[in-house]
Design a protein around this ligand. Sequence first.
Ligand SMILES: *Cc1c(COP(=O)(O)O)cnc(C)c1O
Length: 413
Amino acid sequence: MKGQLPHTGPEEGFSPPQRLLMGPGPINCDPRVLRAMSHQLVGQFDPDMTRCMNETMQLYRGVFCTQNPWTFLVDSTSRGGIEACLVSLLAPGDRVLVGNFGRFGALLQEIAVRCGAVVQTIDVPWGEVLQPEQVAEAIDRFKPRLVALVQGDTSTTMCQPLAEIGEVCRDKDVLLYCDATASIAGNQLLVDEWHLDAVSVGLQKCIGGPSGSAPVTLGEAAVAEIRKRHHVEKGILAAHHEEGEGARIASNYFDLAMIMDYWGEERLNHHTEAASMLFCARECARLLLAEGLDSVIERHRVNGKAMADGLAAMNLKLYGDQAHRMNNVVGVYIPEGVDGDSVRKQMLEQYAIEIGTSFGPLHGVIWRIGVMGYNARPDAVFLTLAALEQCLIGARHPLSPGAARAAALAAYG
Ligand SMILES: *Cc1c(COP(=O)(O)O)cnc(C)c1O
């Protein structure tokens, strides 16, 4: 079966097909965000450009629930935000404790190792969450400088109990970095109240934008550490660190001290701010705060529950500890005798709906269905459930037709 549009070659402009993106990200952008990206460019130091940067910082303080002055964008996908935080905070030989409970925990571990850190992991089976006591015990034993965690790992759909872990790290005087890309705006994330020292995210999950900008927020302690690591004096890069040599931040592009000097009052030239992504990130945050952060999180909770209940009503088994599931993504076991990839292909080709599988040990074992950002809406939930029901009937999975719709309706109350 062909897609909706005739195939064209490179001599034609690219016309992407219309899809409903119900996987673990990216998702369809809010049309208002797309419009913001089509604005004409402004010079890098134009007063309106720097005003836009300042307003974006202010808006993201609202999104992160923080008063941190240093709340800004790293021009890259979420992975670049993670890398910027770790490469700027870690010096070779630093001890780092990483929560290992999904694909992105493994990424934190890899990046920390590349920074020359001595890494130890706290391992939790996929689909479960870390206990705060485990973190406390591991800190006492390993004495790390930094704990690095993912709040919500889309590979497993679990949301970690960050509030308690933040408290533990604060009490033990250890820095806490968190990747909240998948969870922010779909689940509560209180940066100040939970004592999170550095947090990075992306736009393409519940924030409702495309990938390509990584909002970051840094608390006072993290800023002090980063500044200590890097000092620009009379135009000469000099390393300042108690341990001396080897402490210099290894990256230029991801050196948060330099990026702060660019976003701060000094406006020292670093990269050229990606203006279209800035306009886009600003609009994402503006729309989010206009709807109200709590309402946005509640919208994700209700629509995520309708999806989960609908899937369960199709005689499917949900994946992972449901009490700790992120609001915005549901993992569900591919039933016995059904070819998961062939169902995903049918969903895409016949209904133009994308759903995901997972990684590593979960590839081909579960599907992951996202209900996030612009797509956290009842019509997107009903359409996805209806299409999946048809595919499952075709694959001879026993189910009661109409039950999914009824269960989703009931969840909406
Ligand atoms: C989706 C996701 C990312 C995405 O990283 P990109 O570089 O934007 O692809 C990062 N971290 C987590 C936890 C995610 O779920």
